[in-house]
Design a protein around this ligand. Structure first.
Ligand code: TTP
Ligand code: MG
Length: 395
């Protein structure tokens, strides 16, 4: 399919691990932060802030060399759980816009927005919304590239970094590609680039002139693939992950919240959404997860696994409130999230005689509420506790 519409979005967080460190330790903002192993050992740099990059430091460089290039660098160890958490949050935002999300790495994904335009606007509008949400909800900068296929969207991200939102339109392909070094071709590794350079091919424009037959003779199938990319042709489709492992909702409040009541009411609304979605997909969840992010971006999570899987709004809500009770509200809350995980097809729950068992059966009330909401919209029916105050921010 040769689709000239801008429908592929590529997203990649800027200086990811280092950016999480700067977000969580604001005194590091503007400083050369280098994340990796201990500089005294034989470790390598995972990544570094853009400030450190001006000294020539980069990923995969021995930390000892980074220390020589940038003695004033702030060297930090890798703290994977925090980066994984941020990654999950960013991917959850992607999934709000389209189900067609293909993760490439911990901080990078393709989105195909075909069919989503009526809900969220065109690709550029969606790109802008993703950038704004990732900044507001997760506190990180993400670069976004938009084009007609995967290669060009990824290239657009690379060219727009940092904090970019770059579009490559179909009619710009030749002008954008021709002057670029061949290293910009996706998949052209160091050895391929050296080989092409030895043939006198430095730029993508020169590679195009070299022709597909000659390249194929010298590099086989990968030569032909490179030649196609050099024309801006890439027919690979976005391949989404197969199935959701959890479903949930979260919100960043417009103003930080200290009221337990507001948090509980938000959880009640979320539990309704989560339960409804579970029932719609004929699924049940074994585990309820609660997340709070405080005003200083410190994030805490709590989870409870139930004796039997459920898709009842009320049970999800009750467990979520129990989890909330375990968390301190001394600091104000910036974000609250509720999710259900350990998903399984409804009705497969093992027999259980505990107190939970009764409530975890499909609730007839939930089913009736779902029907009314399907027909008249979400606001047609609301649990009583949601009605008493609608003035809280962010809901
Ligand atoms: P990248 O997206 O390649 O790099 P980055 O996000 O740090 O910087 P930018 O995208 O703005 O150029 O990789 C994402 C994360 O993966 C990175 O923050 C750290 C980790 N990583 C390594 O641990 N080792 C590596 O060699 C690379 C390239 C990345
Ligand atoms: Mg990145």
């Amino acid at each position: 399919m040769n689709d000239n519409r801008l429908h592929i979005i590529h997203c990649d967080l800027d200086a990811f691990f280092a950016a999480v460190e700067q977000r969580d330790h604001p005194e590091l903002i503007g400083k050369p932060v280098i994340v990796g192993g201990n500089p005294e050992s034989r470790s390598v740099v995972s990544t570094c802030s853009y400030e450190a990059r001006t000294f020539g430091v980069h990923s995969a460089m021995p930390t000892s060399q980074a220390r020589i290039l940038c003695p004033q660098g702030i060297f930090l160890p890798v703290d994977m759980p925090r980066y994984v958490q941020a990654s999950h949050e960013v991917f959850a935002i992607f999934h709000e816009f389209t189900p067609l999300v293909e993760g490439l790495s911990i901080d990078e994904a393709f989105l195909d927005i075909n069919g989503c335009e009526r809900l969220f606007g065109d690709a550029v509008a969606i790109g802008q919304q993703i950038k704004a949400r990732v900044k507001k909800d997760v506190g990180l900068n993400i670069s976004v590239g938009i084009s007609v296929n995967k290669f060009l969207a990824k290239l657009a991200t690379e060219l727009g970094k940092p904090d970019g939102l770059k579009v490559i339109h179909a009619d710009e392909i030749d002008t954008v590609l021709s002057p670029l070094p061949v290293s910009y071709l996706w998949g052209a590794g160091k050895r391929t680039v050296e080989y092409l350079n030895r043939l006198g091919i430095e730029t993508i424009g020169q590679l195009r002139e070299f022709g597909p037959v000659e390249l194929g003779k010298r590099l086989g199938k990968s030569g032909q693939d490179l030649w196609m990319l050099a024309q801006g042709i890439d027919e690979r489709v976005v391949e989404p992950e197969r199935e959701a492992k959890s479903m949930g909702k979260e919100t960043t409040f417009d103003q930080d919240i200290s009221s337990r009541e507001v948090l509980q009411r938000t959880l009640l609304e979320f539990a309704g959404d989560v339960g409804r979605r579970l029932r719609k997909d004929q699924m049940e969840a074994k585990t309820v997860n609660l997340k709070l992010r405080y005003s200083d971006f410190k994030t805490v999570t709590r989870a409870q696994t139930l004796p039997a899987a459920t898709n009842s709004d009320l049970l999800v809500y009750q467990v979520a409130v129990n989890l909330l009770d375990q968390l301190s509200l001394k600091k104000q809350v910036r974000l609250i999230g509720l999710s259900a995980s350990g998903l399984q097809p409804a009705g497969n729950a093992e027999e259980d005689t505990s107190l939970f068992a009764e409530e975890s059966k499909d609730s007839p009330i939930d089913a009736v509420v779902d029907k009314i909401r399907d027909r008249y919209g979400k606001s047609a029916i609301t649990r009583a506790a949601l009605l008493d105050d609608s003035t809280e921010p962010g809901l």
